[in-house]
Design a protein around this ligand. Structure first.
Ligand SMILES: Nc1ncnc2c1ncn2[C@@H]1O[C@H](COP(=O)(O)OP(=O)(O)OP(=O)(O)O)[C@@H](O)[C@H]1O
Ligand SMILES: [Mg+2]
Length: 509
């Protein structure tokens, strides 16, 4: 084995997809035991490069070295054998299995011919104590929060003995408190000699935790830097050639007209626990109502109840003064509620379908997608072209499948299709999740402009800057209930954070 202080060297990696040069002679060098960040705008080729390093994709050309030795991977199995593990941008857990089952899936422990779960259980308990990643091995994955799911994904990789850990946008889905926990665990891993490569669009956290940064742009490496020698503005400029945006509420456009009114809404989980606890609020025309909260405090269930996907045990939903509590989801949509779902792969997209078919989802029965009772393919393609143009979806055409888009570009497509449908009310769950700083600024502007035109927005986000910057009214959800209403003009991320974790709630009671 060669003697090298490099964990990974990727040299002149090239990868093409039909119509797209995803990696164009990329170089990457990662020091042993480093936390190395990769940044770059949506579609720059970051996930492609990591998939190549993990053996999921093979490069057209280029050299891969692991700890100084040149290697070639036929599949992830080969990469795993060399201690490389990857947690993907979109989680890949089986909902109907336990934490333990998910972790051992594909690598089941045996004693003779028998499955040996007690061995796995001990190993998981040991790892989770060592790295400060609390997990209940017997919990069903479907009931876990996003932060917990992510711990399961990381544990799955560590369980297989990874010493080089790749995390594709691990913090996109987390609130700041969860990000702190994750980074503490990563530091523990680093102290044990693990090398970590992570992708992120959040430049401040990149600067605070990484030892080195590689910047990619349009399939190429454009810079490498150490955090002490670069600012987030400079990073943003290298990535997208633009300044870092900040959201601002701007002039109030809130009117007296109530567009969406939710009153006394409650419902329960299948195991009898309360999911949504007597929630009431109003959104006026021209108003953005933000909901802050750690994932798993009832936000998803609240949205599902407003959309009619979940049954309300009590309470009602009024749209433009009309009680829609008995309507089905399809009617609620045609009556003017648009939705950007929180989980784009489970709810927002059909990955194997084309972009124009995806743009139709939820709007099949209205123009320009329908004409005389039939699908208007021409109209649908034209509209999709407009979405692609206005929301800067990077794609060779509207005929490619949604799976061929990078994560951030999938998100832009969803935001674009819902906003261009011209809803009265928009429920936006994590609208800029996984979106680069330049495109984020563009979406913030779209939301503000639509609000000025009278749109009523329910904004659910893990990004506290986005919530504080865009909301006219800011609510905190905790344990299914609205725990606080805060003034966005005067709240700091820190105070908001303590409300979200229930610290303030406990102090008050
Ligand atoms: N399976 C695929 N088929 C066709 N094209 C693809 C495929 N996967 C990626 N691409 C294209 O390759 C380019 C790079 O995509 P990649 O997913 O690597 O970007 P990324 O930097 O990870 O972006 P993001 O920040 O949005 O996740 C994009 O233009 C994308 O459309
Ligand atoms: Mg990606």
């Amino acid at each position: 084995m060669a003697d090298s202080d490099r964990a990974i060297e990727l040299i002149d990696i090239t990868k093409t997809y039909p119509g797209v040069l995803a990696n164009d002679g990329v170089d990457l060098s990662v020091g042993l035991g480093d936390i190395h960040a990769i940044v770059g705008e949506n579609g720059a080729g970051k996930s492609t490069l990591m998939n190549i390093l993990y053996g999921m994709q093979s490069p057209d050309s280029g050299i891969i070295k692991v700890r100084g030795d040149e290697v070639s991977f036929g599949s992830p199995k080969d990469a795993i054998a060399l201690g490389i593990g990857m947690v993907h941008q979109h989680f890949m857990l089986a909902d109907n299995l336990t934490v333990l089952e998910n972790i051992v899936l594909g690598d089941e422990p045996t004693k003779g011919l028998q499955l040996d779960f007690s061995f796995a259980r001990d190993k998981i308990t040991e790892l989770s104590e060592q790295y400060g990643m609390p997990l209940d091995p017997d919990a069903m994955v479907e009931f876990l929060t996003i932060g917990e799911r992510q711990r399961v994904e990381i544990m799955k990789v560590l369980y297989r003995g990874a010493t080089i850990l790749i995390l594709d946008e691990p913090t996109a889905v987390l609130v700041p408190q969860e990000v702190d926990d994750l980074f503490n665990s990563l530091k523990e891993l680093q102290a044990e000699g693990v090398t970590i490569i992570f992708i992120s669009h959040k430049l401040d956290e990149v600067l605070s935790v990484s030892d080195a940064i590689t910047v990619m742009r349009a399939g190429k490496t454009v810079a490498t830097a150490v955090p002490s020698e670069i600012t987030s503005h400079e990073l943003a400029e290298l990535m997208v050639g633009s300044e870092l945006p900040t959201p601002e509420t701007g002039e109030s456009t809130v009117t007296d007209i109530v567009e969406l009114a939710v009153s006394g809404l409650s419902n329960y989980h299948s195991d009898g626990r309360i999911a949504v606890d007597n929630v009431s609020f109003e959104i006026h025309q021209g108003e953005i109502v933000g909901i802050a909260g750690v994932d798993g405090n009832g936000q998803t269930e609240l949205v599902d109840t407003i959309m009619g996907v979940r049954h309300a045990a009590s309470g009602k939903v009024m749209l433009s003064g009309v009680d829609i509590s008995g309507d089905d989801t399809k009617d609620r949509r045609t009556d003017g509620i648009g939705i950007i779902p929180g989980d784009r792969h489970r709810q927002g997209l059909l990955l194997d379908s084309s972009l124009w078919e995806n743009a139709m989802l939820g709007h099949q029965t209205t123009a320009p997608f329908e004409k005389h009772g039939f699908v208007d393919k021409k109209g649908a393609k034209k509209r999709t072209g407009e979405i692609v143009e206005r929301f800067d979806v990077r794609t060779p055409s509207v005929d490619v499948s949604a799976a061929a888009l990078s994560g951030g570009n999938q998100q832009k497509l969803i935001v674009g299709k819902e906003m261009m449908a011209g809803p009265k009310v928009l429920i936006a769950s994590h609208p800029t999740r996984g979106i680069d700083v330049g495109a984020q600024a563009a979406i913030w502007k779209e939301l503000r402009d639509a609000r000025a035109e009278g749109l009523a927005v329910l904004l659910i986000s893990a990004d506290l800057e986005e919530l504080i910057g865009l909301s006219d009214t800011l609510l905190v959800m905790f344990d299914g209930a609205i725990a606080a209403e805060l003034d966005p003009a005067n709240v700091t991320p820190k105070t908001l954070g303590s409300h979200m974790t229930g610290v303030e709630v406990e102090e008050a009671s």
